[in-house]
Design a protein around this ligand. Structure first.
Ligand code: BTN
Length: 324
């Protein structure tokens, strides 16, 4: 059952350019004008901008805040129905992993967004700077029956491809590039990072769920000095509609996860690969490999010609240096 507040917001979404009187809304939802007034105030409190004018009524202008209802409204796929938006959290990733660990049966996918993270983290325990308003930070819980964690290569390349597709839709003039496995770059600086963690069941060594954390720097200006020369935001002067972007990312992930064959996106991924034909240093666990990147194979693994001329496929690792 939707609350009056949710009904009013849905109404605004469907008729978003029009003025609507409090009287019509109260008739539409069969509640008092007082209830409508309260619902409008509650929406305003959540960051929705609503103009009110005597004898015209209300006019919905939009919101700069993330809203689960709006994301749902813009979303076309049914990858996730359970969408949660938090104002502030240590890390959506930790929050999402707690949900998985506390649930006995995960019966649906879930996505958690936060306006701001105070302890966002990336791979190798690095911190991920996540200030309010200027970025998009979320963790997607994919319930799954991944018997074979080797399939993760395709999943990780696929998710980053999906994010790039969604970003390209909103920033068509930008040439986003991918650093294997799933960092997203623009003009040789990182603008987004993705972290995939599998929650495994020790007994069966199968994964119960994947928690995929995505952090995108949209318009952040004030990065901490220690990362300033490596990261940037997409466009400091443009405020993309984050609810629409969130919905588009969900739709693009759904598209990639459901298309067949599973690796159909790979030619597009390869085209965006920042590392192609570059000499790189790849760190895997406590080993380093230097060599030339030849390709990304059909399983999403990085193919390198090592210094000793051997060709090797890597399913994990982190490229720590690129020689341009
Ligand atoms: C990386 O660059 O190494 C991955 C960065 C992942 C950051 C995202 S932001 C949302 C989610 N919550 C976190 O704490 N981390 C991920």
């Amino acid at each position: 059952m939707l609350s009056t507040k949710e009904k009013v917001l849905n109404f605004f979404m469907k008729n978003n350019t029009q003025w609507i009187s409090g009287d019509s809304l109260s008739k539409e939802f069969d509640v008092s004008r007082e209830t409508i007034w309260k619902a409008i105030n509650a929406l305003k409190k959540q960051g929705h901008q609503i103009e009110s004018k005597r004898s015209y009524g209300y006019h919905y202008l939009g919101t700069e805040k993330l809203s689960s209802q709006l994301i749902k409204h813009y979303q076309n796929s049914d990858l996730v129905n359970d969408i949660e938006v938090l104002d502030e959290v240590n890390s959506t990733q930790i929050y999402a992993k707690n949900i998985v660990n506390q649930s006995i049966n995960l019966n649906q996918n879930k996505i958690v967004f936060a306006e701001k993270q105070v302890n966002g983290y990336g791979r190798r325990g690095r911190s991920f700077f996540s200030p309010a308003k200027t970025g998009l930070y979320f963790s997607l819980i994919l319930k799954n029956d991944f018997k074979n964690l080797n399939q993760l290569g395709l999943l990780m390349t696929g998710i980053s491809m999906a994010v790039v597709r969604a970003l390209t839709y909103f920033y068509p003039e930008k040439n986003f590039q991918l650093k294997w496995v799933n960092d997203i770059y623009l003009n040789n600086k990182k603008i987004a990072g993705i972290l995939t963690e599998a929650i495994t069941e020790l007994e069966s060594n199968t994964s119960r769920a994947l928690v995929i954390g995505v952090g995108i720097n949209l318009s952040t200006i004030d990065f901490p000095t220690e990362i300033k020369n490596k990261v940037q935001s997409i466009d400091q002067n443009f405020n993309v509609d984050r609810n629409r972007l969130a919905a588009k990312i969900i739709d693009e992930i759904d598209q990639i996860l459901t298309e067949n064959p599973k690796n159909i996106f790979l030619p597009e991924y390869r085209e965006k690969l920042l590392l192609m034909n570059r000499t790189v240093l790849l760190n895997v666990g406590n080993q380093d490999f230097t060599g030339k990147v030849l390709n990304v194979d059909e399983d999403g693994q990085l193919v390198m010609k090592l210094d000793n001329n051997k060709i090797r496929h890597f399913n994990s690792g982190e490229v720590t240096k690129v020689h341009f």
